[in-house]
Design a protein around this ligand. Structure first.
Ligand SMILES: C[S@@+](CC[C@H](N)C(=O)[O-])C[C@H]1O[C@@H](n2cnc3c(N)ncnc32)[C@H](O)[C@@H]1O
Length: 233
């Protein structure tokens, strides 16, 4: 399948998700609580924000304003459409690598590829997190040694200890380190594929079949997803 064929299928998958990451409601609420900013006039920033749901919840919960930056115009439009007048959130259709204004609560979930990998992402995000602020970094890692196929699909990722070390090397102190549960992963993968099943074409079904095999027969339990709350040292 060409990139042209895949784009609407990825869009259908994303449209069926609340968060485009293995994130359940309980953890989402916990992370929002942990990210409570201290002091007045604080601002949030979500780079690669997708639907913007986490940013909206964060800003609503703490009564702060925020910016979401999303490269894909259709996804950014969807984020705006879900935003009410009560939300103090602005969505920018832009490349996150061009964003220069730091914030107090910075979010980057499943978006390290924006800077071509974990270490450069952490370096860029450090520059954008104000002193005393927090970064929520949601990132993949290997829970066990991957097969060649899994490594080819997801690249050279660290283990969880290595990921925390990369954060320290980038100038952060890890305040919270956790990983998505298998149940969060199973729900995420199922909801992702269900979005594609709704398309209903033979091509969509073949794509959903491939993804199901890759997950259940390949990276399930091998690829982890970490939730790091980081403070600039
Ligand atoms: C895996 S999704 C995660 C979305 C969101 N953070 C979430 O957890 O629901 C990654 C998002 O980053 C966006 N993205 C990719 N490259 C980008 C860039 N250079 N600037 C801004 N957004 C980008 C994609 O369009 C996609 O919506």
């Amino acid at each position: 399948m060409t990139e042209q064929d895949l784009k609407p299928l990825f869009a259908a998958a994303a449209a069926n998700l609340v968060f485009n990451a293995p994130l359940g409601e309980e953890r989402a609420a916990d992370l929002v609580r942990r990210l409570a900013p201290a002091g007045a006039d604080r601002r949030a920033l979500d780079l690669g924000c997708g639907s913007g749901e986490l940013l909206r919840r964060l800003c609503r919960a703490h009564g702060i304003a925020g910016d979401g930056v999303e490269y894909d115009p259709a996804i950014a439009d969807r984020a705006r459409a879900a935003t009410t007048d009560l939300d103090q959130v602005t969505f920018h259709t832009a490349d996150a690598t061009t964003w220069t204004r730091p914030a107090d609560v910075v979010v980057n979930v499943g978006g390290s590829h924006i800077w071509d990998g974990t270490a450069p992402a952490l370096a860029a995000l450090h520059r954008l997190t104000r002193a005393g602020g927090r970064l929520l970094f949601g990132e993949g890692f290997y829970r066990t040694v991957p097969t060649d196929e899994v490594r080819e699909a997801f690249g050279d990722l660290p283990d969880l200890a290595g990921l925390a070390r990369l954060a320290v090397d980038a100038g952060f102190r890890p305040l919270h380190v956790a990983e998505s549960t298998l149940a969060e992963w199973d729900d995420f993968e199922s909801d992702w594929r269900a979005g594609i099943e709704h398309v209903g074409t033979p091509q969509a079904r073949a794509f959903a079949d491939r993804r199901r095999e890759e997950y259940l027969g390949g990276y399930r339990g091998v690829l982890g997803f970490a939730w790091l709350i980081l403070m600039p040292a």
